[in-house]
Ligand binder design. Structure first.
Ligand code: FES
Length: 165
């Protein structure tokens, strides 16, 4: 796969770099297609089965395409106590998708996590943009903040589309 060549070049022939190589491929594509996993395996010099073994072991790896924006609602105990279920429901209503789904336009993916590790700021929601390193942690979430978050991301995508014309 041409688009992965550069991202994987530093891992060539190094089977100990399976996780970073898979992370790099996922960072580039947003998910790990069958072809991408094959490319990683070939680059590292391991079998495709070995690469699949790593992909399916770690929950950080995705086997399905995701949207441009990934919104993750923490459903750990602290966040649950502080109302994260209501926030998840509000996001599902606003975005028209359920947790674990991506919308048809591939603009949004909604998912949950068991604990993000920022319990002091519960309830927590995390956003990330496909292909852009880093995540934004939104603490002390409310239903209104959740709606504003989606509106803000939609606005940003509209502005970017206008600039690209
Ligand atoms: S339970 Fe949500 S950050 Fe820990």
């Amino acid at each position: 796969m041409k688009e992965l060549e550069e991202a994987l070049s530093t891992f060539k022939g190094n089977p100990h770099m399976t996780i970073p190589a898979l992370q790099a491929a996922q960072g580039k594509l947003g998910y790990l297609s069958r072809e991408a996993i094959g490319d990683v395996a070939q680059t590292l010099g391991i079998t495709t089965g070995e690469a699949y073994g790593v992909v399916t072991f770690y929950s950080q790896f995705r086997l399905k395409p995701v949207g441009k924006n990934i919104i993750t609602v923490c459903r750990g105990t602290a966040c649950h106590t502080m109302g994260s279920l209501g926030i998840l429901k509000e996001l599902e209503k606003t975005m028209g998708i359920h947790a674990g789904e991506t919308d048809e336009k591939q603009e949004f993916t909604l998912q949950t996590i068991a604990c993000f590790g920022a319990c002091a700021r519960a309830p927590v929601t995390v956003t990330e943009e496909l292909g852009i390193p880093g995540r934004k942690v939104h603490g002390y979430m409310t239903k209104m903040k959740a709606r504003d978050l989606v509106d803000g991301l939609k606005e940003k995508m509209t502005e970017e589309a206008a600039e690209a014309k």
